[in-house]
Design a protein around this ligand. Structure first.
Ligand SMILES: O=C(O)c1ccccc1NCC(=O)[C@H](O)[C@H](O)COP(=O)(O)O
Length: 212
């Protein structure tokens, strides 16, 4: 099965359309005011209206209030939720919507145990822990921490870019890669050439894994 790609942190419709044309499976919209990639409902509507069919739209929240999440779900066509804070499993499953649980990996993080805890999630997104920000930091974590067997599809994130995407696919063999800053020209502005290169490198990794 080929490795899926989610590109996160779009603020401009033209970048999201370009990502979809290049073959990204999913685009991430950040609804987290402290982030430089935060967008409001009007921006989200402009982006989603421009997308072609069959591109999954993921809405990302960090410990957000239920009422705000429900408002966004009511107004914006969202396919999947991504919880990037300390949300307990019970809080993730009340929206009747597929969700991804993001985990910022620290030395004490027990990844397999968390997968059991969030057993109804559509995937476990593993990101780098960073002292100053909750995500989109461009930081790598030690991929050796990822268990070979996991109850949930692994979405690998954190510090990925066109230079290491092929290696990430070969080494981790995740369900998907998730990238933000590694394909940016500036925060919230995606670089078309880097998005294209990233997708090419993921395909290259898949070829070495599965076409032997
Ligand atoms: O992108 C952000 O600004 C952000 C802020 C707060 C929480 C999560 C955020 N992004 C989440 C993502 O899914 C990123 O793609 C992921 O953290 C990887 O980012 P990067 O290391 O820059 O590729």
């Amino acid at each position: 099965m080929r490795t899926r790609v989610k590109i996160c942190g779009f603020t401009r419709a033209e970048d999201a359309v370009q990502a979809a044309r290049l073959g990204a499976d999913a685009i991430g919209l950040v609804f987290y005011p402290p982030s430089p990639r935060n967008i409001d409902i009007d921006q989200a509507l402009r982006i989603t209206a421009a997308l072609p069919a069959f591109t999954t739209v993921v809405a990302l929240f960090v410990d957000e209030e239920e009422a705000r999440i429900r408002e966004i779900l009511q107004k914006v066509p969202i396919d999947c939720l991504q919880f990037h804070g300390d949300e307990p499993a019970e809080a993730c499953r009340i929206y009747n919507k597929r969700y991804i649980k993001a985990v910022r990996v620290r030395p004490e993080t027990h990844i397999a145990e968390l997968a059991g805890h969030y057993h109804d999630a559509a995937g476990l997104l593993l990101d780098a822990w960073h002292p100053d920000a909750k995500g989109g930091t461009g930081s790598l974590f030690d991929w050796n921490r990822i268990p070979e067997q996991c109850a949930l599809p692994i979405i690998l994130a954190g510090g990925l870019n066109p230079e290491n995407a092929c290696d990430a696919v070969r080494t981790v063999k995740p369900y998907a890669l998730d990238v933000s800053s590694g394909v940016e020209a500036a925060k919230g502005v995606k670089d078309a050439a880097r998005m294209a290169a990233f997708l090419t490198e993921v395909n290259q990794g898949d070829r070495t894994n599965y076409d032997r």
